[in-house]
Design a protein. Sequence first.
Lengths: 776, 163, 290
Amino acid sequence: MSAPAAGRYVGQAIQRKEDPRLLTGHGRYVDDIVVPRMLHAAFVRSDLPSARITAIDVSAALGLEGVSAVFTGADLNPGAGTMQPSMMAENPAAVVAPLTPLAADDVRFVGDPVAIVIAESRALAEDAAELVVVDYEPRDAVASMEAALADGAPLVHPELGGNVASDLALPEDPELEAIFASAAHVVTERLVQHRHTPTPMETRGVVASFDPVTDQLEVWLSTQGPHEARRTFARVSGLPEGHVHVRMGDVGGGFGQKFFTPREEQTVVLAAKRLGAPVKWIEDRRENLLAANHARSDVATVSLALDADGHVLAAKLDHLEEAGAWPVGGTGGVGPFVAMLFPGPYRIPRIWWRSRVVWTNTAGRGAYRGPWMFESVAREQMLDVAARATGIDPLELRRRNVVGDDEQPYTMATGMTFSATTSATTLEHAARVIGYDDFRAEQARARAEGRLLGLGIGLYIEPTSTPAATLGVEAATVRVESGGGVTVFLGTAAHGQSIETTMAQVVAEHLGVAYEDVRVVQGDTDRTPFGGGTGGSRTAVIAGNASREAALKVREMVVGVAAHLLEAAPEDLEVHDGVVSVRGTPVRNVSLAAVAAAVHNAGTGLPPDVPRLLEATGRYQTSSPTWSNACHICTVEVDRITGQVEILRYVVSEDCGRMLNPMVVEGQVHGGVVQGIGGVLYEHFVYDEAGNPLTTTFLDYLLPTAAESPRIEIDHVVTDGPNPEGVKGMGEGGAIGSVPAVVNAVADALAQVGATVTEQPITPVRVVEALEAVGA
Amino acid sequence: MAEHHIRCTVNGQARRGIVESRTTLADFLREGLGLTGTHLACEHGVCGACTVTVDGRAIRSCLMLAVQAEGATVTTVEGLAGADGTLSPVQQAFMDAHGLQCGFCTPGFVMSVTAFLEANPDPTDAEIREGISGNLCRCTGYQGIVEAVRLAATRRRAAEVGA
Amino acid sequence: MKAAPFDHHAPETVAEAAALLAEFGDEAKVLAGGQSLLPLLSLRLTRFEHLVDVHRVVELHGITRTDDALRIGAATLQAEAEHDAVVAGAVPLLARALPHIGHFQIRNRGTVGGSLAHADPASELPTVALTLGATFEAASVRGTREIAADDFFTGTWSTALAEDEILVGTRFPVWAGRTGYGFAEVARRHGDFALAGVAAAVALDADDRITRVAVGMLGVGATPVRVGAAEAALVGTVPDGAALAEAARAGMAALDPADDLHATAAYRRRVGAHLMETALGAAIEEARRG
């Protein structure tokens, strides 16, 4: 284990290339795109959670001046290809609900799109959408997993014959039962994590334009993955991939919601193709809250068996994951991932698990920063439950069970193998920074005054750059332009992750040019190599190493040309700041511009053995996840009257390997942590029992503001990642560790008066009810 | 459906347009004048992404009709930097302190913070957090933004002392 | 998310505004700062054929003080009132309550009269007006009239203003002598509508005996409410902490808060009693110092 030194650029907190345009209003997001003859779309959506459509009358809407078209399922569904993302579309075993562009026979959640109206302006399209008359025959709906699993429950998808999308379990394990039967301590809890929605500040949006003469589809899209979008649009439209061009400009956040290409965007493409006119659809916030993919919503019953010294002997996990009606992406895949990762950084020698995925008449589940993170929520909460049951301090209990930094590679009882993580180190660092023992003393003093303070720990390992389907590969092309400037073409594309900056740092470092001379091009399927998109904490590892490889290849070409020009041996040359010079004789040098001129100028007459090209593509493939890790510790005060939770201090000790840009790393941690805090304390997407959504504005779906957010203290543990660039990936982690840290801190505070809380969100009302339940 | 001819001053230039009664100032700025730096993230007055100043006051441009801007002086995020692209002190502080990631909420924050520091040039951290609590950001966890406001305030005061 | 079509009218006098309201009847709505109305229109939760925009009506703007009253013109910005020294001196309770309205960008556009006429039961200004017994001045083509605060708030988002009437101004009584004020509320996040809140004013005699007390609450009913039971328990007394707590308990017991998405009725009772104790305690403390 070593702490790699920072380079000239890699490892430096360099200012971002993205910032000047974004700060001055010169960014270009999808809603900023205007094309000639462009029309605007609005959806007519179901206001019932489950119903049969008996008639749709579009005549009044079509009669409104300025309305170009109203399409229903009868218009767009026939002939449409599969709408599933590549990893599902190409997996014959995948369980998928029968998704169509528009709901035609029935509707299955409030927000299901029934028709698309296309008009001269968005306002007019909304006027016309109100005039579309849909007759429904309402049916009973199931708005929760409990309702969906009840005997005789109405079916969300009658075609599938049941409300359980998948049910996977390990065989019964008598040995494990014997361990539980004889263990000194057994703890069991039912844990609930509620429904969230990712809510990027920019909603979804698309501009689609189809030219029937050339059969060419042009799409501008707010997305995390332009190449995946292109494949998706090709499948649903039936066009060859080469006839689909997807561009993304600046993207205002995604957090998983834009990782795959959702239904509405595909429907807009079909409408534009059918109409032969460019169509823009910008999702409004109510639609985003109502119908864009939701996230979380997990319930688990978890048991731990421990010996008298607090060593975990075995675990049982019975997990339910709510899929909603039309989940986006890998439903049926997240649940088992929760189980597989449940042991996390601890020695849990034996485990049994069951994982069920349940359909409900609600908005579909999809990716959200750490889609499987319920494993950490469940595990870390249970360790605190165990600590209270055994009387062992929760930090000490973790020390006794954590896998040591020198005990790796380590294979979990579930079969997952991790290596090169530093959980034990980050646990100690975070405890030291927060002042663990001092806090315990302060907590006792406060308790004597009647105040409730608490401390919570969230320790986790995060599989980054997981190689599912096309996600294990990225490519980057580096080109020295004729004037000596450098352009990088990336398959992946950023929606806030600073990739223009960090990948320019990597290329500048390894090619030997100035950071200012490197420009990064991303988000254009006609210009960039194929890539899986930004998500899954994969960019630093996969795109970073691809960029490194491309830069090194081009460096070799540059050196080859310069060797000829300088009449020196290539191995004697070094490249710094765009100048190639002879090592030890810096006056013998040639600029990159001169090298480029030599290559691009036919008159130079380079001999045959000298490179004729200053362009190369690097491709990095991973076959197993890379692991990063962190420990979050926070302290809180719970107001005994109002039940409000104030976060007093928040500490993260993290190891994401070599940091490409520490400023960017810290920004990712800050953002993830506050998303996690928001999820625990404020955000809750609520349906009533009948399936009506109750939180479809920002007045009701509560995102945390600066006034609710703590200052976050970060401690970096830097060890090399298992790849040439030494990185480990880290984008999602902040949103993983923060949830158990906050939940455990509140539980720790309440435990002092005998109160418990195992269900999120931890609202003031829930805290007060927990206190009142024990007369506190 | 009533339409109105309106005239106003936007970023120092006299501008005019024809708007429907229902057109918001935000939609007029974006679609009528092509000033797409003003962003819409909720259109119901909660997120602050569309913040601009009207006659010197920071307001939410989704909660004002374009027709109400008749005769007004409006400044948008496009009006802050110098003609040569030199960032305003607040913009520069956001860049220096990593006060933005995806950038979508950023114009609203920059406008709000510019107005906030005019009213409160020497804010405490708690005042900063309260002062920016009318703007939502989903990327930064607000830490870089709070740092940026503090940095901008410090530089602003230093510039005044030096002047 | 775009509003349904409407016609915008921009009268320059109260008479013109009143004439428009008389002409269009229930198809018209007064637009003041628009900070509540425009979101409802954009979400298409409400719609009107005509908006009568009063922000250019000069006579609706301004703050004036007489010996026993502070008058605030209906179209006066909340931000203007918030930072006005006359307001802070004459009716300190207003100055305490105003910063709790939304965020500063909202108060930069929202008006005092708009908030009062919108009559949200969880909002601050209606509660202050009710607590202090303000007088509302209304105008229509039929003439002008005054409405007492006790009669003004008739239900959630509804007032005694007739369809053709416009709120012109509001007079808040100025309390004299040894007075003190408290305002406290609890919200989910900074700037949100309160789950519960309390406005309190007290006047003391030379022996610290309460000669006059007014307590109002927001977020615990269909309208802002006066908490008469708490007032009755305190007037004429020199309350200690226990007496304050008892007054708050009695006051809360007489109210009937409701459940909603963000809080239960039981929660509102618990927190409401606590806030009442806090606000009254602060008011008495301030009066004793004065």
